[in-house]
Design a protein around this ligand. Structure first.
Ligand code: NAI
Ligand code: MG
Length: 366
């Protein structure tokens, strides 16, 4: 099979970690997992410098055509003063919008060897593997009206509007149920039905499609604030957590701290499947362009490499390759290899390229 990949390395450490992702793809190609046709284009500050905007129409077209987009990171002090509409982040926002990426997948995986880096005790997080499915294009971040108005009294009033339609809830819930079937078969749906109408509707829609199409999957409803508490108290009770945009933003950051470093966190964003079952998708590390360490070969490439694993699993039909890649990351960490961000103070650290090489070596023989 031929896999069309669009690589958008971006700025700062983006290109450094993207180079390690390429090493991994090359190895899978050599091992017979198909041919990876990789195109590379500019995004973020790099695209602003070259084209005056953070993503070109041509790059968006390539992204739509690709089986998966691998995105590094964008931004940096050099572009802090460009107009708001063309700031580096606007490139990522346009890609999300034009590709219709409504489902954001944030795994929180705690490799046993890194359990000490967690904010929690080792036994609570060792070998943790949960997945937060966040609705990404609706809810209070986008609902209208959204404004600050001055009242007659002179007081000001800020308004944000939380809106969800049954269709929006239905499609994100289906993503969560489908993913749960490939994992431990459990979905926890988090909302605040006790105080929010959108929570009531969320609960009703999730319950209805569960009964209709996913009765084989275990479903529980949890209030979002309780979910935050449970994530810190006993995170291994969860498998897949599905929630709206706002709660997902918060819960995924809580879950991130269970696993240690920002340099370890991958993510995926998926669009709706077309008639042929293909969905647009973009895979990226959660971290940004890390200007403080850019250009020094210090960045941890494992968030980016973990994002490649997600692309293999969710967009390229190579779940077995993804399992092997994640196992390789685990064994490299178990061997004691650490980039600076995950090394204990005073311990020896390796660089970006060495970590990528270590993962490639651990994958062999494929
Ligand atoms: P950041 O994630 O770039 O860095 C935060 C801290 O974590 C820094 O100390 C950095 O050195 C460290 N860090 C991040 N990734 C690392 C890695 N792979 N290995 C080792 N250490 C790592 O967030 P920050 O500093 O708030 O933002 C820097 C720039 O990145 C800004 O321009 C921001 O707008 C942009 N940004 C872009 C994102 C994206 O492209 N999706 C997401 C977040 C921020
Ligand atoms: Mg956040």
């Amino acid at each position: 099979a031929t896999h069309k990949i669009l690589l958008l390395p971006g700025d700062g450490i983006g290109p450094e970690v993207a180079a390690e992702a390429k090493k991994v793809l090359k190895l899978f190609e050599e091992a017979g997992y198909g041919s990876f046709e990789t195109e590379t284009d500019l995004v973020g500050g790099a695209a602003i410098d070259a084209h005056g905007k953070p993503v070109t129409d041509a790059a968006v077209a390539l992204a739509k055509d690709a089986d998966a987009v691998l995105f590094g990171a964008v931004g940096g002090p050099k572009w802090d003063k460009v107009a708001y509409e063309i700031r580096p982040e606007a490139g990522l926002l346009r890609l999300r919008k034009d590709l219709g990426l409504f489902a954001n997948l944030r795994p929180a995986i705690c490799y046993g060897a890194l359990a000490e880096a967690s904010s929690l005790k080792r036994d609570l997080v060792e070998d943790l593997d949960i997945l937060i499915v966040r609705e990404l294009t609706g809810g209070v971040y986008f609902g209208e009206p959204k404004e600050i108005v001055t009242l007659e009294s002179g007081e000001k009033r800020a308004v944000d509007t939380q809106i969800y339609t049954t269709g929006e809830i239905d499609r994100i819930a289906r993503v969560a149920f489908d993913l749960a079937r490939t994992r431990r078969n459990k979905v926890s749906s988090a909302e605040k039905r006790n105080v929010m109408k959108s929570g009531v509707l969320w609960n009703q829609v999730v319950t209805a499609i569960h009964a209709k199409d996913y009765a084989d999957v275990e479903l529980e409803h949890v209030l979002a604030d309780n979910c935050a508490m449970q994530l810190v108290r006993k995170p291994k009770q969860y498998d897949v957590i599905v929630c709206d945009n706002l709660f997902g933003d918060i819960l995924s950051d809580v879950a991130a701290m269970l696993t240690g470093s920002l340099g370890m966190l991958p993510s995926a964003s998926l669009g709706a499947p077309d008639a042929a079952g293909r969905r647009a998708s973009l895979y990226e590390p959660v971290h940004g362009s890390a200007p403080d360490i850019a250009g020094q070969g210090l960045a941890n490439p494992l968030a980016m490499i973990g994002s490649v694993a997600m692309a293999l699993r969710y967009s390229l039909g190579l779940g077995e390759a993804a399992d092997k890649l994640e196992a390789a990351i685990g064994s490299v960490l178990a061997s004691g290899a650490r980039t600076r961000d995950i090394a204990p103070a005073g311990a020896n650290a390796i660089g970006t390229g060495e970590m990528g090489d270590a993962v490639v070596a651990a994958l062999k023989p494929l």
